[in-house]
Design a protein around this ligand. Structure first.
Ligand SMILES: NC(=O)c1ccc[n+]([C@@H]2O[C@H](COP(=O)([O-])OP(=O)(O)OC[C@H]3O[C@@H](n4cnc5c(N)ncnc54)[C@H](O)[C@@H]3O)[C@@H](O)[C@H]2O)c1
Ligand SMILES: CC(C)[C@H](C(=O)O)[C@@H](O)C(=O)O
Ligand SMILES: [Mg+2]
Length: 368
């Protein structure tokens, strides 16, 4: 297998975690006989610094020629005074829109080895395994008009969805739910207040008729925020509009033990976009403290979805379980007063995973 990958490292911890994912991919290539061709491209603050724009044209054009895009993170406090349309984050929103992927898949798994890291009790999180399907190209993020009218001392953002936009993402969520053991879909909205949400619920119910084996429930987003923390094991696939999914998926970092553990894949467009869900973490950038696991699990999703490399993806996911069970911890997942833990930095976590991935793949290849 040969994959051409646009490498959008971005800002802050982005380059640090992307490097570790590349090292893991190279290990997969070496053992499995695959070639991964990387195209490093500027985005976010790095794009503004070099070319005055968060999405340089070259980045977009070259990414469109690739089989997949792997992104670290964008965002830099030094641009905080800029308007949203000029900030590093605008580059990410623009590339998402141009690549066209509308379904952002965000799995959140409670790893047994991290049970002590979650502020939630073990019996609450044990076995939690959720797949968020977040609509990524609609809602408040892209609706017009959007402006801050300083003279009128008024600002607008607009939540807009078409029925087709809801239907296509709902169908992806139902397809995923139909293949999972629990076969349950929870659709999240604010139908008690918003027309967009009333329509969302109506469309989800229509699509549900095509999936009689999937159990469907609707939850309002405000109470969903607490259900997620008090009974995460009751959920399977969670379907949300853009902003609700942004917020609830970060909240699920409490279930997994850290935001740094969470991967994502965006599908349905011209080129799939793979990115951990966390940001550029300016508070820890450049200090070797970033947890690269979310990005490494993101690379696994890329191998599975864009490369069809299931064994290789599983080899990476197993390696993550093994490294955690052996007690290795970046600072975000290090528990105080727990025996058998070894503090590691970003690079050492990456190297440990490279070795485990190589061993896992060699074993699965020799078993064939
Ligand atoms: N996909 C993206 O590029 C993306 C996503 C979210 C936020 N952002 C941007 O990132 C910047 C910072 O935003 P924020 O602070 O709200 O969110 P953040 O996700 O960057 O950080 C939140 C907290 O989680 C920690 N954290 C995040 N990722 C981690 C990792 N891999 N390992 C260890 N700890 C980690 C950070 O240190 C911080 O304390 C902003 O400019 C924001 O717009 C970008
Ligand atoms: C940086 C920002 C545009 C982005 C989003 O809100 O989608 C981020 O928070 C995410 O979760 O990927
Ligand atoms: Mg977010």
């Amino acid at each position: 297998m040969h994959l051409r990958i646009a490498l959008l490292a971005g800002d802050g911890i982005g380059p640090e975690v992307i490097q570790e994912a590349v090292n893991v991919l190279d290990a997969v290539g070496e053992v499995g006989g695959h070639t991964f061709e990387y195209m490093p491209l500027l985005i976010g603050g790095a794009g503004i610094d070099a070319h005055g724009t968060p999405l340089p044209n070259e980045t977009l054009q070259k990414t469109l020629t690739c089989d997949a895009a792997l992104l670290g993170a964008v965002g830099d406090n030094k641009f905080n005074k800029l308007a949203p349309s000029e900030r590093p984050e605008a580059g990410l929103l623009k590339i998402r829109a141009e690549l066209g992927g509308f379904a952002n898949l965000r799995p959140a798994i409670a790893y047994k080895a991290l049970a002590n890291n979650s502020p939630l009790r073990h019996e609450i999180t044990e076995g939690a395994d959720i797949m968020f399907v977040r609509e990524l190209l609609g809602g408040l993020y892209f609706g017009e008009p959007r402006l801050w009218d300083k003279q009128l001392r008024r600002a607008h953002n607009t939540m807009v969805y078409t029925q087709d936009e809801v239907e296509r993402v709902a169908r992806i969520a139902f397809d995923i739910a139909a293949k999972r053991p629990k076969k349950k879909l929870t659709s999240v909205d604010k139908a008690n207040v918003l027309e967009c949400s009333q329509m969302w619920r109506f469309v989800v119910d229509q699509v549900a008729n095509e999936y009689p084996n999937v159990t469907v429930e609707h939850q309002l987003v405000d109470s969903m925020a607490i259900h997620l923390m008090t009974r995460p094991r009751d959920f399977d696939v969670i379907l949300t509009e853009n902003l609700f999914g942004d917020i609830l998926s970060d909240e699920s970092g409490v279930i997994t033990g850290s935001l740094g553990m969470l991967p994502s894949a965006t599908v349905g467009g011209k080129v799939n976009l793979y990115e951990p869900i966390h940001g550029s973490a300016p508070d820890i950038a450049g200090q070797g403290k970033a947890n690269p696991i979310g990005t490494i699990l993101t690379a696994a999703m890329m191998l599975r979805i864009s490369g069809g490399l299931e064994t290789e993806a599983k080899g990476i996911e197993d390696a993550v379980v093994q490294v955690l069970e052996a007690g290795y911890r970046t600072p975000d997942i290090l528990s105080r007063n727990v025996d058998g833990q070894h503090a590691v930095d970003t690079q050492l976590m990456g190297r440990l995973l490279v070795d485990l991935v190589k061993a896992n793949l060699a074993a699965s290849l020799s078993a064939l």
